[in-house]
Design a binder for this molecule. Structure first.
Ligand SMILES: Cc1cc2nc3c(=O)[nH]c(=O)nc-3n(C[C@H](O)[C@H](O)[C@H](O)COP(=O)(O)O)c2cc1C
Length: 277
């Protein structure tokens, strides 16, 4: 039994100097390959990435079409699988995209400046210490988002909720009567769960983007659950052999692409009246 705290100590399997970090709990492992499973949180080996240290995320300013976000704690879990299908199909369709697994990035909880003084919450965000500013820039630069989330307690993941809270600096532009940076962009939503809460989770995510001026593509919500009669340890195998999850996910991606290609963002420019809470 290991007693180390996440990220504080490391284990080693050979003399090799490659460091591997468990993206779920922060445990550091040194060896030629990542361990077969994380000794601290029991995540499988594909949750490990190379490198003990993380550099702050920056956006290089190069334009691209779709921002694909896997909002799960697991970079390569069931939600990650939906994101994999989406990513593969974006590639197949020749769409420029960038994919991020939120578990690999640092997004601090919102400082909630807006709740103190409305004018203080604006773009760029006052918190420049984490990876959120780069995501804000990419939300503004991309033409569409596809957001994937697991269901956690009938809701999106806490990680994704924190990420979405941090979009307040973009939404607040409307309150401050400043030009918005996201209106007319297109959204698609992918949700993966075990049994219940998929529609609520999708709607919760959608409401956030709706208030940022996004347009939900037609048929752009796909969710897949396994079933309460099954143990979650069989979900992985189920999803990876499921044809419906592939069909549904590709459908969402297709519909996002088709609407995005109509470029309604340009057509609607300066024609919308922001109606937010
Ligand atoms: C904290 C927690 C809460 C969960 N709550 C729900 C839930 O309310 N409804 C549901 O269908 N599945 C729920 N699940 C199961 C996950 O949605 C499911 O295992 C999902 O496939 C995990 O995706 P991931 O591999 O990307 O983490 C929950 C899992 C966890 C860890």
């Amino acid at each position: 039994m290991l007693t180390m705290k996440s990220g504080e100590k490391s284990e080693s399997n050979t003399d090799s100097k490659i460091s591997w970090r468990c993206t779920v709990c922060g445990f550091i492992f040194t060896g030629e390959k990542p361990p077969r499973g994380c000794p601290v949180c029991h995540s499988p080996s594909h949750e490990f990435i190379k490198g003990a240290d993380r550099a702050q995320l920056t956006y290089d300013g190069k334009p691209f079409d779709v921002l694909l976000i896997n909002g799960s704690t697991h970079r390569a879990g069931n939600t990650g699988y939906m994101a994999d299908i989406a990513e593969e199909y974006l590639r197949e369709r020749g769409v420029s995209y960038r994919r991020y697994n939120l578990g690999e990035y640092r997004i601090d909880p919102c400082w909630c400046c807006y709740a103190v003084r409305a004018e203080s919450c604006t773009f760029p965000c006052r918190n420049k210490n984490d990876d959120a500013p780069a995501f804000h820039e990419m939300l503004a630069a991309s033409k569409a988002v596809i957001i994937a989330s697991p269901i956690n307690w009938n809701c999106m993941s806490a990680r994704l909720k924190i990420f979405l809270d941090r979009t307040t600096c973009l939404e607040n532009l409307y309150h401050l009567k400043k030009p918005g940076l996201t209106e007319g962009k297109v959204a698609g939503i992918l949700v993966c769960g075990h049994e219940d809460g998929a529609i609520k989770t999708s709607m919760d995510i959608w409401l956030n983007f709706q208030q940022l001026g996004y347009v939900l593509a037609p048929f752009a919500i796909a969710f897949r659950t396994h079933g309460s009669q099954f143990n979650s340890s069989t979900d992985r195998e189920f999803f990876r052999n499921d044809e419906l999850i592939v069909r549904q996910t590709k459908g969402v991606v297709n519909n996002v692409i088709e609407l995005m290609r109509l470029d309604i963002e340009s057509l609607l420019k300066e024609k919308l009246v922001p109606v937010t809470e």
